[in-house]
Design a protein around this ligand. Structure first.
Ligand code: NSP
Length: 230
């Protein structure tokens, strides 16, 4: 008979897995969004893709300082010095990612310096900024960090699966987040988050779960925006 798991049992299997099962609907909404499914089945509207490209460039420029803030929290609060290496590797690849957005935008004729952030993007960036506050615990911030990366990894990996009809000109974009190396990096973040969540007081655990849900909601809104939804 399957009853409610004790806190100890949940810690063993990992809080993230437990939350992913509990919040399956919104997680699926974020990782199997119609925009992603349209890339996967080859019916994607290229104007929507260009909108996503320009908006995501703006997002990534706000994401980099967020990652820097997580690095500072790791330095101050982490119980494992190897966390810093994982976060630093992310910072290094963000440098490459920003350069990639610029060249990809030029390829698609998107004037990146003229892109105006849409409301969903502004809201998400503002949320990231709120997480940069020193008052936000490392455990909460690393959980959000994992979720932000994991949504892109799961979404774009879907577009590379056998049988997908992703247009050739979008495959490089999908590989950027859907490749195995990015998957392993997300697993490293998940391991850190699980370790921290396993030893955090209940009030911080609740904050981390609420933050995770908000990330998933913002990700859905971000995809919606790319497709021109209000
Ligand atoms: C909106 C969004 N979410 C996540 C990622 C992956 N860093 C991104 N580039 N943009």
């Amino acid at each position: 008979m399957e009853g409610k798991k004790t806190r100890e049992e949940v810690e063993k299997s990992g809080m993230i897995d437990t939350w992913m099962r509990k919040h399956r609907l919104i997680y699926t909404g974020a990782t199997k969004h119609p925009f992603i499914l349209s890339i996967r089945d080859g019916t994607v509207d290229l104007e929507a893709f260009k909108t996503w490209l320009g908006q995501d460039y703006i997002f990534v420029r706000a994401f980099a300082p967020f990652v820097a803030s997580v690095l500072i929290k790791a330095w101050k609060e982490s119980d494992d010095s190897s966390d810093m290496e994982v976060i630093l590797s992310s910072m290094a690849s963000l440098n490459d990612e920003i350069a990639w957005f610029k060249s990809e935008a030029a390829k698609w004729g998107v004037q990146i310096s003229e892109v105006v952030p849409q409301k969903a993007n502004q809201d998400y960036c503002r949320f990231l900024e709120s997480l940069m506050s020193p008052d936000v615990e490392y455990t909460v911030a690393i959980t959000a960090f994992w979720a932000i990366e994991a949504v892109y990894q799961a979404s774009f990996a879907l577009c590379l699966e056998d049988g997908s009809k992703t247009p050739a000109e979008l495959r490089e974009t999908c590989r950027r987040w859907g490749n195995d190396g990015f998957g392993q990096y997300c697993n490293s973040l998940q391991k850190i988050a699980n370790r921290r969540l396993g030893k955090t007081p209940d009030d911080v655990l609740t904050k981390a779960e609420v933050t995770l849900l908000r990330v998933l909601e913002y990700e859905v809104e971000f995809w919606n925006m790319s497709q021109g939804a209000a």
